[in-house]
Unconditional design. Sequence first.
Length: 153
Amino acid sequence: MTNSTTCVVAPTPEFVKPKIIILEGVDRSGKSTLQHAINKATCYKHIVVDRGPIGFKTYCDLFSRDPQLWDNYDDLEKHLAKMEDVLVIYLDCDTKVLIDRCIQTGHEILDYTLHKHFYKFYFDKSPMKKIIVDTTYKTPEEIANDLVKEGVL
């Protein structure tokens, strides 16, 4: 018995090799939803991860975690930066929209100004290949399809 899934993939300018895609961003920015949209748009071509070293370093600082843990994440980030097919996608979103999403889903409203500040600091310093997408006004499907059409995915 086989399980077949039909995928409709948006055309790309050229073949894009599978990548490790690390989605970064504050809580409620849309990481999990974009992960699903990317998998659907690319027929599960890429390994898509919800949060990586940048986010883990951010939260080590925000929640005063063990400094050794931060160092381990920093080492991991340096190793990943040397790999050819790893891409970080940082999801930015308007703070008011983030708060609205928290209210709609019953999640805790965070100090998004502080969280974004730490995330931006570590994102800017990261040696990894990276891009920023704004999830404020576009749906995850639109973002994923745009990234496919641009040859990113």
